[in-house]
Design a protein around this ligand. Structure first.
Ligand SMILES: Nc1ncnc2c1ncn2[C@@H]1O[C@H](COP(=O)(O)OP(=O)(O)OP(=O)(O)O)[C@@H](O)[C@H]1O
Ligand SMILES: [Mg+2]
Length: 435
């Protein structure tokens, strides 16, 4: 790249940003200064937390609900505005249970520990830090917020349930010192879906707050408010309505709506135009493309093969649902001969990862006397996935399907000209195509 090219990039980015007055209101990671609605959920949380003022706080509150329903935002907004010490960590940043304790320690200003220093030692340090913090601030409650709590359970070797048990024991220890601690877990799943052992379950009780998905009109209120603050010119209400509709197609997702608004603004900025529905449509496909590329480029070679296997079967057969065994056979066909294949069991786990990443959905189906089996279906265009996985290989898949489709079309045309299957010259062709 030379200076001229860089200058062009700078110009394009400035153009992209030209229609915004303040983009920070479209930042999904920042906690906003004001919340639209969600009074009931906030009230429930405040009630759980403030019971420490009367000497008893529940050890653990579980917050759960669909993506983009405001869980992370509302918890942070409430905790930041109460007289409590609050530590928020997103466990997605930690790959192991030990990584999780390190994340908490580093949020509290402590350096990272090595695995060899052990979990018990880490908890001794955590206890000291909490006591110091509460003494310094004069507060009596420490709130530990574990966002994306489910990621903890991916590390089966790290004994996640033991880790939660240790946290709950810490709550009890602090209580004996007349200091209070409350753990808030945030997840898309309800707490009973996690593999927590009885020692934990009997201690934590059932303090849960469910965040129902937003309705279309809730999403509209949220983006109307953001649009007013972040764009130079007023955005037409029917455009905002369209954006809210798209973001509520599956379930009311405020994050998706804000992302769409920001991205369509950037696209409109480049064209030097006001945001229209067309820009929202373009933003939808751009965001989907970005999301898929991020997921696939971050996945292992075998993960990409699992994606490729499902894409190929979907594309070639024009069919949605595919069983694990069908997909495993397909995987075996496309895996490189120099690579060691993964086992059927590991491959099934890979398919679950695919579902977790949102690329596919699954269902369980009866196989008669053979019990039950899982079926998988792509949620996005197979062409997009195939390309992102292995571009050259996908091009050959597309070409061979095209050839087959062309041949089929020719045969159908011949059939309609009443050559029929019996015609000897075409007998082989019919047989080759399995007709
Ligand atoms: N009630 C609300 N008022 C204002 N903004 C909101 C509200 N709810 C959500 N938002 C905004 O929507 C976006 C998504 O919210 P948030 O990240 O809290 O969702 P989430 O439920 O934690 O989703 P996930 O499960 O995917 O983590 C954020 O930008 C947030 O600021
Ligand atoms: Mg969240």
């Amino acid at each position: 790249m030379d200076k001229k090219e860089l200058k062009k990039i700078v110009g394009d980015v400035r153009k992209q940003n030209s229609i915004f007055s303040d983009k920070s209101f479209l930042d999904n990671l920042a906690v906003p200064n004001s919340i639209i609605g969600r009074e009931n959920e906030s009230k429930k949380l405040v009630k759980f937390l403030l019971s420490y003022e009367k000497g008893l706080v529940v050890p653990l509150v579980s917050i759960y609900g669909r993506s983009g329903s405001g869980k992370s935002t509302i918890v942070q907004f409430v905790c930041k505005n109460l007289d409590v010490n609050f530590c928020y960590v997103n466990l997605r940043k930690a790959k192991t249970v030990f990584g999780c304790i390190n994340l908490i320690l580093s949020e509290l200003g402590h350096e990272n520990l090595k695995n060899a220093q052990g979990m018990n030692n880490a908890f001794v340090i955590l206890e000291k830090l909490i006591i110091q913090m509460l003494d310094k601030s004069g507060n009596s409650l420490f709130v530990l917020c574990l966002d994306e709590f489910d990621t903890l359970f991916y590390d089966k070797r790290g004994k996640p349930s033991d880790f939660v048990y240790k946290l709950v024991v810490l709550v009890e220890k602090l209580r004996a010192l007349k200091k209070h601690m409350c753990i808030i877990t945030i997840s898309n799943k309800v707490l009973s879906e996690f593999n927590l052992d009885d020692r934990v379950i009997s201690r934590i009780g059932t303090s849960e707050i469910y965040f129902d998905s937003y309705s279309q009109s809730d999403v509209l209120k949220i983006i109307r408010n953001r649009a007013k603050k972040s764009f130079l010119e007023k955005i037409d209400d029917d455009v905002l309505q369209y954006c809210a509709n798209i973001s509520s197609e599956e379930h009311g997702d405020a994050r998706r709506a804000i992302d769409l608004l920001r991205t369509s603004g950037e696209i409109a900025g480049i064209e030097n135009k006001k945001i229209s529905k067309k820009h929202i449509d373009e933003a939808v496909s751009q965001l989907q493309k970005n999301q898929i590329t991020t997921i696939i480029s971050g996945g292992s070679y075998h993960f990409r093969l699992a994606c490729a296997a499902l894409s190929r079967l979907t594309y070639v057969n024009d069919e949605g649902w595919h069983s694990t065994s069908e997909l495993f056979k397909q995987y075996q066909k496309i895996v490189s001969s120099e690579t060691r294949q993964i086992s059927y069991r590991r491959f099934s786990e890979m398919l679950v990862e695919l579902v977790n990443s949102g690329i596919a959905v699954s269902k369980t189906e009866s196989k008669g006397r053979h019990g039950y089996g899982s079926q998988f279906k792509l949620t996005v265009d197979p062409d997009l996935i195939g390309h992102s996985c292995f571009t050259d290989w996908w091009t050959s898949v597309v070409e061979s399907k095209k050839k087959k489709d062309d041949a089929l079309r020719s045969v159908k045309a011949l059939k309609s000209m009443s050559f029929g299957k019996r015609h000897s010259r075409f007998g082989n062709l019919y047989r080759n195509l399995g007709l």
